[in-house]
Design a protein. Structure first.
Length: 969
């Protein structure tokens, strides 16, 4: 029990419909003669003394039992509980409440059942939004609105007949529930009354005594657990049937949570489930539409239903970290209740905070930890053992200073703070892809202000560290009092250090003798990391000088860009001119030459020849002109991320900061569906788009639901390159098959030895080396073009074929659109070029030899078993067999897949670029507009730095919330 600003906290409150029982914390001295209780009407502030019975209990804690009967004479309103300690008038009255407990949702804070003062007036104890204990005395209808989820059903579901003083109500289904749960409510102006009724033998007809009352507003009210169903009754309404089930969302209280080896167990009130015909449980992943069903068993005892959730099946359903909320779905009649399971009813708060939330291992890498949120709702935290330890022992490691000499010596200091007793073992670098790969760096440690805060300092040479590509994250390794090891991620706490590292071009970079570069940097999450990678093509001293020249010129020529809005267009790594970007640029050059649109290409690229007719608007990648236009441009328009229009992986310098803020129209590389990419293009991220181009309403739903975009920022136009897409397969002398697999994110930039050992290389090399395929191509005089994805350009020499009918084509060697138009059939795995082939009404064969690994590491928005528009093979022999069937049938498309085409494409014409241009012009003012004040504040590192540092200060937090609400009002 604590005195906190005139408040008095107890540990538990319960209510049985007649008595309120308040449980005091154990080991609290309570002298009944010196303690008085009061209730005070909130507006008039006139205290009324409360009688109570003191019950002493060492086991449960002392209790105060309060009879509600003494409040029956109180006028309607809200009455707050107060406690006064002392015999004198000057003794302070303190607000009574559950102040050591998380606040539950409003419906759960009303402690039902109601205590009826009059026929239509009742009272009930409840807990306020600040967890104070109060009484609410009001009309029953008002209390129902506050304490229940109310479902108002349409008129006409019940047949109504009136004769003399009797009304007969015929229900759509037999009525369940007691007299307390079923009411006929009559409302005339301010008068509310409950009408008596009798049920028929089949419980489907109610005969109501109208008692001479006029039928102004009459409705049938049925209470089912936390839900009240209201059926309006009318003589004139036409009888209706429910065709679409009604869904109600809310909470359901649980209690007595505990964990066994393979089960999570809790109790539900049997009365809350009595009306259900059936129910089930499921998990819903945060910020996702993913759901996982939960297997369970149940048993009933003493008015409780014990639920035992089986966690064993979760091993197959969940393979990644995340938080999953626990729900129950309850079905009755035409109604489905979806309720969040929580600890609401007890109102005693979360489980004992001294007890650690349990951890159930599900696999070698992942486990499950059930816990109650700050809103008392049950959640399963699927996490690694390290994440579990981090959640148990919160800690902070804050960088104070970091410098790096030209010789590569880093000097670093940081503060570490946590509540547990701990010892700092050292500073640790951990490889981001393989956290088991670590480098321990010795450091000096000193105690700062108290036992819980330490300051560490370290000096080390980065070139002496055994580093591998690419990213190494700084942690502080600590050993806790119980022997547990904890890695604390090092976060930046210095604005000076951030600016120094972010704008570093000539310093804080070490170039090694083996053509690698090492530099520290601050991540987007404000953490401290180290990059070790090969020196990029555009990271010479000359390139850095170009950047600064372009930067100074852009400042001097701000006036030019105000009157001449520039759009910059590029494609993958600024090396190609064959995708949506090129065809949109071509359209703009030919149809809207006054618009300043420039195409960026690397000098000497194979596709540079495609740009010869348009060279007046072509700029060379990383030239002073390119960088100058990049800094001043209004829009980036591209089929790739903005980063492809600048030096790859370079995260420092003034241009990178400017590029991240540029408005971006994303033309897309292909149609979404086969590959999840929302982490790359999610709204609000550095690669997020201001306008997102899609090809159908189906695809638009993906972008809105998964990427978080507003509907007006997603434009259904079709892809630019489809403007020139024509079926040329009948014009070739020899039939062609196009084989184009996509890349695998788990193979990106591996070495040659690892690549040739991968299933990706093995399966595709096996396919192009297949004697059966060779024979098939020879027999039917067919050619196969194997196009290697640009991500695997370094390994193109690994793919070999001695068959003259199989061509292994390098990225950029032949235009992809030409290959697609010439081909009669496409073989791919998950590449978006499948949509191009489907668009041309040609067959697609999917090769899914690694579908399980793909779905685990990459994932798709479509169901890869049921929603595809082509046949699927899982082995190369089966693929060749299916290919033979299509060759024999002269590559005719399967009618089953042809029927799906209208669902996947809104337009099939040659006006996609025109639609894109029209959409950009319609939203031009918004695209050109400066960022809003709120967006500027969100991006501003200084603001984020101050907020992160001082948000726990109550005054700063209130100011921050006030600014947020003002800007969003």
């Amino acid at each position: 029990m604590k005195n906190r600003h005139g408040r008095f906290s107890f540990s538990h409150v319960s209510w049985n419909g007649e008595d309120i029982v308040i449980t005091l914390p154990k080991k609290v001295e309570f002298i009944q003669e010196y303690v008085s209780l009061f209730v005070m009407e909130r507006k008039k502030a006139m205290p009324v003394e409360v009688e109570y019975v003191f019950i002493s209990s060492e086991e449960k804690g002392d209790q105060l039992r309060i009879s509600f009967e003494q409040f029956a004479h109180l006028p309607q309103g809200r009455w707050d509980f107060y406690i006064k300690k002392g015999l004198f008038d000057g003794a302070q009255m303190r607000r009574l409440g559950l102040y050591e407990t998380a606040v539950s949702p409003q419906k759960m804070r009303y402690l039902k059942p109601f205590y009826y003062v009059e026929e239509a007036v009742a009272g009930v104890p409840y807990v306020t939004e600040k967890n104070g204990l109060s009484l609410h005395i009001d009309s029953v209808l008002q209390l129902e609105r506050e304490g229940y989820d109310i479902l108002s059903l349409p008129t006409g579901l019940c047949q109504v007949d009136v004769q003399d003083e009797t009304m007969a109500i015929t229900l759509p289904y037999p009525l369940q529930g007691s007299e307390d749960e079923v009411k006929i409510v009559c409302k005339n102006e301010r008068d509310i009354s409950f009408l008596p009724y009798e049920r028929s033998a089949n419980r489907q007809v109610l005969t109501v005594d109208l008692q001479g009352k006029e039928m102004a507003t009459v409705f049938l009210e049925i209470t089912k657990g936390q839900l009240i169903e209201r059926y309006p009754l009318s003589l004139d309404a036409e009888i209706e049937s429910i065709e679409v089930p009604f869904t109600v969302k809310g909470q359901l209280p649980s209690r007595h949570l505990f964990v066994t080896a393979n089960s999570i167990v809790f109790d539900l009130n049997t009365a809350d489930l009595a009306h259900c015909e059936e129910f089930d449980f499921f998990l819903s992943k945060r910020k996702s539409d993913d759901e996982v069903p939960l297997a369970f068993t149940k048993l009933t005892y003493q008015g409780q239903t014990r639920i035992m959730l089986d966690v064993e099946p979760l091993k197959e359903h969940i393979q990644q970290s995340g938080r999953w909320d626990v729900f129950i779905r309850m079905y009755h009649g035409a109604i489905c209740e979806v309720r969040r399971i929580g600890n609401h009813k007890a109102l005693s708060g979360l489980p004992d905070q001294d007890e650690e939330p349990p951890y159930i291992p599900l696999s070698d890498t992942l486990g499950l930890s059930p816990y109650f949120t700050v809103k008392n709702e049950l959640t399963f935290y699927m996490c690694t053992n390290e994440q579990y330890v981090n959640s148990l022992y919160p800690a902070k490691a804050t960088l104070q200073k970091l410098t790096m000499s030209q010789q590569g010596e880093i000097t670093l200091s940081a503060n570490v703070k946590m509540d547990e007793a701990y010892i700092i073992e050292g500073l640790v670098l951990r490889h981001r892809q393989n956290k088991e790969q670590t480098v321990m760096i010795p450091c000096k440690v000193e105690v700062v202000e108290d036992d819980n805060e330490r300051r560490l300092s370290a000096v080390f040479h980065v070139k002496r560290l055994p580093l591998e590509q690419f990213y190494w994250d700084f942690y502080v390794s600590v050993l806790l009092h119980n022997g547990t090891k904890r890695f604390i991620r090092l976060r930046n706490g210095s604005l000076v250090t951030y600016r120094k590292l972010k704008n570093a071009v000539f310093n804080h970079n070490l170039h090694t003798t083996d053509e690698h570069v090492i530099y520290p940097y601050i991540t987007v999450n404000n953490c401290v990391s180290l990059t070790y990678r090969r020196v990029g093509e555009h990271e010479t001293l000359r390139d850095k000088m170009r950047e600064y020249i372009a930067y100074m010129l852009s400042i001097l020529c701000l006036w030019y860009f105000r009157w001449q809005p520039v759009w910059l267009v590029h494609e993958k790594y600024s090396e190609t001119a064959q995708d949506n970007s090129f065809y949109f640029f071509k359209y703009m050059y030919e149809k809207h030459p006054k618009q300043k649109v420039y195409y960026v290409i690397k000098k000497g690229s194979a596709d540079e020849r495609h740009l010869t007719p348009y060279k007046r608007r072509v700029v060379y990648f990383m030239s002073i002109k390119h960088l100058f236009l990049l800094l001043g441009s209004k829009l980036i328009v591209s089929s790739e991320t903005k980063g492809h229009g600048y030096a790859w992986r370079v995260s420092q310098g003034p241009i990178r900061n400017t590029l991240n803020k540029k408005r971006f129209v994303f033309l897309q590389h292909g149609v979404l569906g086969l590959k999840k990419v929302e982490n790359t293009f999610k709204v609000g991220t550095a690669n997020g788009a201001n306008l997102f181009v899609v090809s159908s309403d189906f695809e638009k739903d993906i972008v809105v639901n998964y990427f978080g975009y507003e509907e007006e920022n997603v434009i259904v136009t079709g892809l630019s390159r489809w403007d020139v897409l024509e079926d040329q397969s009948q014009q070739t002398k020899q039939k062609e098959i196009f084989l184009m697999p996509t890349w695998r994110n788990w193979l990106e930039e591996v070495d040659d030895e690892q690549f040739v050992q991968s299933s990706y290389f093995h399966e595709y090399n096996k396919l192009i080396s297949s004697p059966k395929l060779t024979s098939l191509l020879e027999q039917y005089d067919v050619k196969l073009n194997f196009y290697v994805h640009p991500k695997f350009m370094p390994y193109v020499q690994s793919f070999t074929s001695t068959n003259e009918r199989i061509s292994v084509i390098q990225f950029g060697e032949v235009n992809v659109n030409e290959l697609l138009m010439r081909s009669s059939l496409l073989i791919t795995d998950y590449s978006s070029v499948a949509w191009e082939t489907y668009y041309q009404k040609k067959p697609v064969l999917f090769f899914h030899f690694d579908v399980d690994q793909y779905e685990e590491n990459q994932g798709a928005y479509m169901n890869l078993k049921d929603e595809l528009f082509g046949e699927v093979a899982y082995e190369s022999d089966d693929l060749v067999s299916r290919l033979e069937q299509y060759i024999v049938q002269d590559f005719a498309e399967n009618p089953i897949f042809a029927q799906k085409r209208e669902h996947y494409f809104n337009y099939v014409d040659h006006h996609n670029s025109a639609r894109i241009y029209q959409e950009i012009k319609q939203q031009e003012r918004k695209l050109y507009a400066s960022a809003s004040l709120w967006q500027s504040l969100k991006r501003n590192y200084f603001v984020k730095h101050v907020w992160e540092k001082y948000k726990n200060n109550r005054l700063v937090y209130r100011m921050g919330r006030g600014i947020y609400e003002k800007l969003h009002s």
